[in-house]
Design a protein around this ligand. Structure first.
Ligand SMILES: [Ca+2]
Ligand SMILES: [Ca+2]
Ligand SMILES: [Ca+2]
Ligand SMILES: [Ca+2]
Length: 397
């Protein structure tokens, strides 16, 4: 009896592991917010750190008085009354869009010894990014890192990064190699030709703001996406590109939960392809972030639906290529549904278990509706897609 139930349990596990998440909430994903620190009383924080500067002019602002602190409370804002709620508002957006994602806060500000000004230094942001990279390399499931810091100088050429923000591109690329997307706010200047640092740099993606449908702040052609830059927190209204980038970071967490195998570049390509084209008079269009409609009414919004034109609420994807079984007629993975796939289908036809011409993998992909047998319903589905590409999938662009 125990053997039977274990076998049944194993079977259920297989079923669970092949069905991608149609309505992701950020489960199992982490998002790091680097900047002012986040008020841990407002949101539970899964991890906190502080990186600050101590020299002739500046005092460190880490809670224990040192320049580097890791642990509960370390990511708290230095002073809640001096812009200390900035990243708490950023965190609120991630928490609303991806409620099951874990929030991690890194505080990187320092305080001037005489005038009390608090500012973030590039070197401390770099240390924070280094720490994020270390965590990712240790296997932490970090989907995105948000940098929602402003700036007042506009740049049009990423070559400035090597000079004014050395290390930022390398760290952005190193994070990406670990599957982590660095998401940077484009800044709040009104320029339509450039972006602030480090948004202009390669290795990260830059997000511009739309405020009630109008470009707000830096929105040069170098940024990747527009996203809503309006938020409400504590009964007040706030606007800026700081509130656009966390929407993209949260979306990436949802994409990664939905399909853990997708790379940052693939997730970005999907967001761009399914974005709503927003016309910018001076240079053309830029995509606005959207999770898309649900054209096949199966409960999965287009960005997370692995068959956007076919109802498949279970989102099964036996070969884990981002194209759901329901629309994946390409059994031999050559990008086309043709005679070679037909041969595979015929080998499995009528079967509910492996056969001489039907392997376990082939059985899983040819049972396109997942009812446990490859029958005439699957044949109709297969033939309706025959002689074309598999898909379409909102995950693959
Ligand atoms: Ca679908
Ligand atoms: Ca597939
Ligand atoms: Ca094929
Ligand atoms: Ca079937």
């Amino acid at each position: 009896m125990e053997t039977v139930s274990n076998a049944l349990f194993g079977f259920l596990l297989i079923l669970l592991s092949t069905g991608a998440e149609a309505n992701p909430t950020g489960q199992g994903q982490k998002v790091i917010i680097i900047g002012t620190g986040v008020d841990g009383a407002a949101f539970p924080l899964a991890y906190e750190a502080c990186f600050s500067t101590d020299n002739f002019f500046w005092n460190p602002t880490c809670p224990d008085g040192t320049t580097e602190q890791v642990g509960p409370g370390a990511g708290a804002p230095y002073d809640l009354t001096v812009n200390g709620l900035h990243d708490t508002r950023v965190a609120a957006i991630v928490d609303e869009m991806a409620p099951d994602a874990d929030l991690m806060a890194f505080q990187v500000y320092s305080r001037h010894k005489s005038n009390g000004l608090i500012v973030p230094f590039h070197a401390d942001t770099i240390r924070a990014l280094d720490h994020a990279l270390l965590l990712a390399q240790q296997g932490e499931p970090i989907a995105a890192v948000v940098l929602a810091q402003g700036g007042s100088t506009i740049y049009t050429d990423s070559a400035i990064c090597a000079q004014n923000a050395p290390g930022i591109e390398d760290l952005g690329n190193a994070l990406k190699a670990e599957g982590v997307q660095l998401v940077v706010s484009a800044g709040n200047t009104l320029s339509d030709s450039g972006l602030v640092l480090p948004a202009i740099c390669n290795g990260n993606i830059a997000i511009s703001a739309l405020v009630w449908g109008i470009p707000y702040g830096s929105h040069g052609p170098q940024s990747e996406l527009f996203a809503d830059g309006v938020t409400f927190y504590g009964g007040q209204r706030y606007e800026g590109s700081s509130y656009a980038s966390p929407r993209v970071a949260a979306t990436i967490a949802l994409q990664k939960e939905s399909d853990p195998n997708r790379t940052p570049d693939e997730n970005l390509a999907a967001m761009i392809a399914l974005g709503t084209p927003f016309p910018v008079p001076t240079y053309g269009t830029k995509p606005e972030l959207t999770h898309g409609p649900d054209p096949d009414s199966d409960g999965a919004l287009a960005l997370f639906d692995n068959c956007t034109a076919h109802p498949n609420p279970m989102q099964d994807d036996a070969d884990e290529d981002g194209i759901g079984n329901r629309c994946d007629c390409d059994f031999n993975q050559d990008g086309f549904c043709g005679g070679l796939d037909f041969t595979v289908f015929v080998g499995c036809y009528g079967l509910s278990a492996v056969g001489p011409n039907c392997s376990e993998n082939q059985l899983a992909v040819t049972d396109m509706d997942g009812n446990g047998i490859v029958d005439s319903a699957d044949y109709s589905t297969f033939m309706s897609l025959y002689n074309g590409p598999p898909g379409p999938s909102g995950r693959i662009q």
